[in-house]
Each structure stands twice: as C-alpha cells, then as structure tokens.
Design a protein around this ligand. Structure first.
Ligand SMILES: [Fe+2]
Length: 269
C-alpha cells in the first residue's frame, strides 16, 4: 500500500508528455522533455507538500522508442516515488510494458492509496487515435472493483469516458464508453475517473464519481472547438488529495515560468 489508511493521500497527476528519444525534439512548438522536467521541478519545489506517488495517464512516448521511455524514467524517477503508468493512443503498449514496469514504475494493474483502491485501464487501440476497453480489460476492471468493495476507488484511463464538448476530440474518444460506464455503475464506490488525451482541464460529475482530465505537460487544445485549435495555456499538472471517507479535493496547476506566445497549428489526429 502507498500512503497510510485513515489519512488523506496526496498524488501528483501528469499526462500526455509526448516524449522523444531525442530530447531536443519538439511538437506543438514545445521541447517536450524540457516541459516535463519543468513541471516536475515546479511540483517538487521546496515548500510544496510532497505526494506519495506520481500518476501518468498515457501518451508518454511520441516516437515509439525505448529511449523516450528511458527519458521518462529518468525524469519521473528522479524524485524516488512510485510512478503508476498506463498507455495512451500514441504509446506502444508492448514496448511501454517492457520499459516502465519495474523498480519505481508500474504499468497498468491496480494499487492501494491509503483507504482508496485504484485500477489502471488500457484503452489503446493499435494504430488508432480513439480508445477502446477490450473485453478482458472490462472483465478485469469488474473483478478489481469487486475486490475493493466498500472502499473508495479511482479508475485511471487515457481516454475520458465522457464527451468533452469538442467535436474533433470526441470523435477520437472512448469508443465503448457505454460498456465501461455500465461496469462502473455496478460499483458505486468508484469516486474518480482520471484521464488525459484531450490536453485540457475537464471536470464533470458522473453519479457519485467525478470525471477529470488534466492538461498535458507539453501543449494544450482549446476547449469546446469543432476543429483543433491550439491553446496558448502553458504546460499543466494536477494535484489530488484522496480522503479516507471517499471525498477528494483537486487542483490543476499551470507551469508558472513558461509563457506561450504562439503555437504552430497541428491536427495530429
Ligand atoms: Fe496526447
């Protein structure tokens, strides 16, 4: 177990770093290795309460290279905390599993954060931007949720299970969100569904749960647009505090020392 029962648990959520083996490479005008390093340095600066773990919800590597995952390990592993990872549409699942599933790093699976249970879901579809929870993952989710019976639970997954209101992003959303949500509905102790993919902050209640997405550690998309419109917001990340009674508090942070003046248009989907 990570953290202690009977006490709140603080977690750092980062998502969509889009790293390359060559750390000088950029997408959306951002040198992604640098923006991730700066996000982590800001989150772990002196005087800020330290989390017990880091959650990374996919699009870790942009170039399908082992070196990109090694760069992620070096950046996220520098703080000596457990790092829980799951794949996004840009990741290569078999390669990622090989690269970030030992030592401080866990790929997929489940975890316990204080009084909370957590399960990390694979929504990757080979060669496709949209997501799908395969039948075996749905079955595993159902089993793990049942095993955590009575405890508050978070579910991590790259593709958010609700539309975010941007036609182009919802078009590459979670294809079988209805099947996922049917499983979730059978387990009312699920309190949080946490993802990325949409490179923006999103929050919506779903029954007793909250669906959240977190800005990317590189570049953001403007909310509520029919086509891809890059946003001039800086890199972002999210704090989560999970309380023993199932309540949670959360806050998105935008990197302070980072000004975006222009963003090359790029519709990568
Ligand atoms: Fe992404």
């Amino acid at each position: 177990m990570i953290g202690a029962r009977g006490r709140p648990v603080r977690l750092l959520h980062v998502t969509d770093p889009h790293l390359f083996g060559d750390e000088s490479r950029r997408i959306y005008g951002v040198q992604t290795a640098v923006s991730l390093q700066k996000v982590l340095a800001e989150a772990f600066r002196p005087g800020i309460p330290r989390p017990v773990a880091i959650l990374a919800t996919g699009d870790i590597a942009d170039d399908h290279s082992a070196e990109a995952y090694a760069n992620f390990r070096r950046a996220a592993g520098a703080y000596g905390l457990p790092v829980f990872c799951l794949p996004g549409n840009h990741d290569e699942t078999a390669l990622m599993m090989d690269c970030v599933n030992d030592g401080l790093f866990q790929y997929g699976g489940s975890a316990e954060f204080g009084d909370w249970g957590a399960v990390f879901i694979d929504t990757h579809v080979p060669g496709r931007p949209e997501g799908l929870v395969r039948a075996d993952e749905l079955a595993r989710l159902d089993t793990v949720l049942a095993a955590f019976h009575g405890r508050p639970i978070m579910v991590g997954l790259h593709h958010p299970p609700l539309p975010v209101g941007s036609a182009w992003l919802d078009g590459v959303g979670l294809r079988n969100a209805d099947e996922l949500l049917a499983v979730i509905a059978r387990h009312p102790s699920v309190r949080l569904l946490l993802g990325g993919h949409v490179h923006q902050e999103f929050a919506r209640p779903l029954g007793r749960a909250l669906v959240l997405t977190t800005p990317s550690t590189c570049a953001q998309f403007t909310p509520l647009t029919d086509r891809c419109v890059m946003d001039l917001k800086p890199p972002g990340y999210r704090w989560l505090e999970l309380r023993p009674d199932g309540a949670l508090s959360t806050q998105v942070q935008w990197l302070q020392d980072w000004i975006v003046t222009e963003r090359p248009p790029d519709d990568r989907f």
